[in-house]
Design a protein around this ligand. Structure first.
Ligand SMILES: [Ca+2]
Ligand SMILES: [Ca+2]
Ligand SMILES: [Ca+2]
Length: 238
């Protein structure tokens, strides 16, 4: 093969574009297009350009006080641990919405499945605010990455007095590093724990995925810099 430097540059540019496209396949992570590209279940809506999930029933008298004013969408949360409800509708399995040994009763969620290549380390980050009227149960909000679930906020993290919910965490950031092998399902949820009562909600926005260079990439970079330095010294010494 007789490649000129120009064709090598073109090949590198094509490779860069291909990698860039593959890494950017989470769509609408900032919810600027509403819930497009997401699979919403239960009481999922858009509030101030962010996803808003609640545990509030749409039907008067089923739970929550004052009911049903905390329900936004008119759709009720899905039952948890029910075989085809909250967890299984968002790429998880029954039990995933529980809070430790405390069972989830119902909740709402969002999920999106996409490809995240090349394989390697990625950082997931997003912002959230968790709201609750709960007083005793560990209602919580969680994120699942290919079925590994992280509870990022619960009743007892929400200590700032708020309205219309009694308490909130205030705006917070969540960061988690994980290894992608290609396909990724992100699952978000908020769940009532230990009873159907007393609504909790979560506002989620700014979901981003960033590739983290492998240590070998750093080593190669440092190595090439060192070679350049040696070459420079040799040239100066000559
Ligand atoms: Ca947004
Ligand atoms: Ca409820
Ligand atoms: Ca509750």
């Amino acid at each position: 093969m007789n490649r000129t430097p120009r064709s090598l540059c073109a090949a590198a540019a094509v490779a860069f574009v291909l990698v860039g496209q593959a890494q950017a396949q989470l769509l609408n992570g900032d919810f600027s297009n509403g819930l497009t590209n997401w699979n919403p279940v239960g009481d999922a809506s858009i509030s101030s350009g962010a996803a808003f999930l609640t545990t509030a029933e749409a039907v008067l008298g089923l739970d929550d006080f004052p009911n049903p004013s905390f329900n936004v969408s008119g759709t009720s949360p899905l039952a948890a641990n029910s075989g085809s409800g909250l967890e299984q509708s968002t790429g998880l399995v029954d039990g995933d919405a529980n809070f430790g040994a405390n069972p989830a009763f119902e909740g709402s969620g969002l999920s999106q499945t996409f490809s995240l290549l090349p394989a390697g380390l990625y950082q997931l980050s997003f912002t959230y605010n968790f709201f609750t009227n709960e007083v005793t149960a560990f209602d919580h909000a969680y994120v699942g990455i290919n079925g590994t679930v992280y509870s990022f906020a619960d009743t007892f993290d929400a200590i700032i007095a708020s309205s219309p919910y009694n308490f909130e965490t205030g705006p917070q950031n969540f960061i988690q590093v994980f290894t992608s092998t290609g396909p990724v399902t992100l699952s978000f949820g908020v769940a009532d724990i230990a009873s159907f009562d007393l609504t909790s909600a979560v506002l989620i926005d700014g979901i981003t995925l960033t590739a983290i260079p492998e240590p070998s990439t750093y080593a190669a970079l440092v190595g090439s810099l060192a070679l350049g330095f040696v070459a420079l010294r040799r040239r100066r010494a000559a």
